[in-house]
Design a protein around this ligand. Structure first.
Ligand code: CA
Length: 246
């Protein structure tokens, strides 16, 4: 069975500077059905996590630019739901305590086999399935995205979106009011199984906009967040201003 969340493959952010270990993890995770993103520095990992929403982060402590503990703290602050596993050669008791206190869910000492790592991830996911109950719906004007049920409601009426339309809207809604690059959307919605051109994003975006426009036409008073195109960059879902209702 492929590890997934709804119709989505789970994304693992691998933060590892060692080329052998990083390459092994990246290839191994992908071979086992995860979408893996490999970042070799703490800064690039945090930049990626700001644009995407990984489900799991594997964090090495000895990184070239910043300490893995700082990366762990920053990831925990920005992503309360993220499963964070520290993967390091540091095996001292104090390191383990500090690592877990920094916000990691688990602390594994290298060397560790891929088989054991995958079993640990499965054990965590059984207890804490990403995207399951506990994730609050996103409210934007009269639009509600219920992520755990994968339902989209406009003024109480259900909009039947296609899976990628729902994922695209979710990716924008999670960062409502901020610009999201096309690359980030492609990585998040289509993961690394992305062999298409940017056309696929355009087509899905057009379909999503059409659905929202059609639905709002049936209820002119409904407040529907608009998606603004940022030329040469990406998109921004506007935060509907309250007080314009009625
Ligand atoms: Ca390292």
């Amino acid at each position: 069975m492929r590890p997934h969340r709804g119709t989505d493959v789970l994304e693992v952010l691998v933060v590892e500077d060692d080329p052998t270990i990083g390459g092994h993890l990246h290839a191994g995770l992908r071979a086992h059905g995860y979408a893996a993103r490999w970042c070799r520095t703490g800064d690039s990992a945090l930049a990626h996590a700001r644009q995407s929403t990984p489900d799991i982060a594997l964090v090495d402590l000895g990184l070239p630019d910043t300490d893995g503990l700082d990366v762990t703290r920053a990831l925990r602050t920005d992503h309360p739901e993220l499963l964070i596993v520290i993967l390091t050669a540091r095996a001292d008791e104090i390191d383990i305590v500090v690592g877990l206190d920094a916000g990691a869910d688990d602390y594994l000492v290298k060397p560790i086999t891929l088989t054991v790592l995958l079993a640990r991830l499965r054990a965590h996911l059984r207890r804490q399935p990403p995207g399951a109950a506990g994730i609050a719906p996103i409210h934007l004007g009269d639009l509600v995205l219920d992520l755990s049920a994968r339902r989209c409601l406009l003024a109480g009426r259900e909009i039947d979106l296609r899976p990628k339309e729902f994922d695209l809207l979710t990716a924008l809604a999670r960062r409502a009011g901020t610009a999201v690059t096309r690359e980030a959307l492609m990585a998040e919605v289509w993961h690394e199984n992305w062999f298409g051109t940017v056309k696929t994003l355009n087509v899905t975006m057009a379909a999503l906009r059409r659905r929202l426009t059609e639905e709002s036409a049936g209820d002119p008073r409904a407040i529907v967040p608009e998606i603004t195109t940022l030329r040469g960059h990406g998109y921004r879902l506007e935060t509907p201003s309250l007080g314009t209702a009625g």
